[in-house]
Design a protein around this ligand. Structure first.
Ligand code: FAD
Ligand code: UDP
Length: 384
């Protein structure tokens, strides 16, 4: 079969590689001038520092198969994400650990004491935690919530946390020890040659052709191919016929400096009075080479509602969006010779490892359907 794959991010690359290895012919198109999707990295022409163009990306996973899969295509250097947070003029460590708790409350508690202390701080009398704010008050109490989450979350999502789902908060742990690793997964690292080189290696196969600067809308040849795997925005595929699904987008403000600007890769700014959410200093994502750069490049990150011309970053998925998503899913189910996958195709926030895991699972489903001569499914994962 001849497949058209729209999008040269992890979703497109992983499925392209698998289908090519099964003997199919693949044309991958991407409207951007580079491979890698939102994980794109490239060396800064001025300083040589590896920059993460669409925001910092740290690979972390608990899925052994995904970890093995990415090792096939590039070397990963060990990297532990240790995030600092500035709140009310003081620096702390995030996620909330025993160090954060002791520093914040000016104490020297041991784990069991801190657990009991936080239990007393926490708001107990809630039958169920229905939204972000309630969940935070229930988990850590008002003082830590207001210091670390209220302002940051309001800036990040443009809404009061009481209007946001609790699931967003559940991405972060609260630890009663001194483990300041931002992620809890056993495997964590950064590809030594960057994500774009890694994804280009996945795409390097004699049966895969990649056409950059090519949008799906203008690529007529797709119509003559047997099947399309579409990893672009679901609403865009249907020309926004049910309206635009809401996304947050990011603006990056570059800071050039000498030496070391902030002494670490990521500092979050939790106060609402500071308009950006965080500053990332990209040479610190590559500690194995950071010392060779005398200059440094950082980015201040500002979050706002995505307009029609903006790159979609975070799907909002509030009640209005899920109702609209439902309409798109119903429309998609009537489409032929197309399958939707990836973070934009299914309108979900997906980490890289989940993206790769879902793409590998989709490959398995495709193998089974093709072996039995059945048409490929429209969705491999239910987006609702
Ligand atoms: P994408 O990477 O978005 O690729 C889709 C591609 O499709 C794009 O290149 C786009 O140009 C192309 N495309 C879209 N529409 C069309 C069209 N009509 N025609 C042609 N081409 C089209 N995950 C982690 O695991 N760790 C992290 O630290 C992390 N940090 C993140 C930070 C930020 C700020 C954000 C927003 C996400 C982060 N992620 C992180 C998530 C990660 O970016 C995603 O998991 C990953 O990009 C998903 O890959 P994808 O292939 O599904 O989508
Ligand atoms: N968050 C916060 N303060 C912080 C860091 C995170 O309030 O200093 C909240 C914010 O709402 C964010 C969520 O916790 O969306 C999940 O954090 P994570 O670091 O996973 O965010 P992402 O990777 O989506 O940027």
């Amino acid at each position: 079969m001849h497949f058209c794959i729209v999008g040269a991010g992890f979703s497109g690359a992983v499925t392209a590689r698998h289908l090519a290895e099964r003997g199919h012919r693949i044309t991958v198109i991407d409207e951007r001038p580079h491979n890698g999707g939102n994980c794109h990295t490239a060396r800064d022409p001025q300083t040589g520092i590896m920059l993460h163009h669409y925001g910092p990306h740290i690979f972390h996973t608990a899925q052994e198969t995904v970890w093995q899969y990415v090792q096939r295509f590039g070397r990963f250097a060990p990297y532990i994400n240790r995030v600092k947070a500035i709140s009310q003029g003081r620096v702390y460590t995030l996620p909330i650990t025993l160090l954060t708790i002791n520093q914040f409350f000016g104490k020297t508690m041991q784990p069991a004491e801190a657990r009991e202390f936080i239990r007393q701080q926490a708001v107990q009398d809630m039958a169920s935690s229905r939204n972000f704010e309630e969940q935070a008050l229930h988990m850590i109490g008002p003082a830590l919530y207001e210091a670390f989450f209220k302002g940051y979350t309001t800036k990040q999502w443009g809404l009061p946390p009481a209007n946001l789902p609790a699931a967003i908060l559940k991405r972060l742990p609260v630890r009663f020890n001194y483990d300041d690793n931002y992620f809890s997964h056993p495997y964590q690292g950064i590809p030594v040659e960057g994500y774009t080189t890694l994804i280009e290696t996945i795409l390097t196969h004699p049966r895969i052709t990649v056409r950059l600067n090519t949008s799906f809308e203008t690529f007529q040849s797709c119509n003559s191919m047997d099947h399309t795997l579409y990893t672009g925005p679901l609403d865009r595929y249907f020309s926004f016929c049910h309206g635009r699904l809401g996304y947050r987008t990011l603006d990056f403000e570059r800071i050039d400096a000498k030496g070391d600007y902030q002494g670490t890769a990521v500092i979050n700014y939790c106060d609402e009075s500071i308009p950006y959410t965080r500053i990332s200093e990209h040479k610190h994502f590559a500690p194995w080479e950071a010392a060779r750069f005398s200059r440094t490049v950082c980015f201040r990150e500002y979050s706002r509602l995505a307009g029609p011309e903006d790159a979609p970053y975070y799907p909002i998925r509030l009640a209005g969006e899920t109702a609209m998503l439902n309409r798109y899913v119903r429309t998609a189910m009537t489409a032929r010779n197309v399958s939707f996958l990836g973070r934009l195709g299914t309108y979900r926030y997906l980490d890289m490892d989940v993206t790769i895991g879902e793409a590998l699972a989709a490959c398995q489903i495709m193998d089974d359907h093709l072996a039995e001569g059945r048409p490929l499914p429209v969705f491999f994962t239910n987006p609702l």
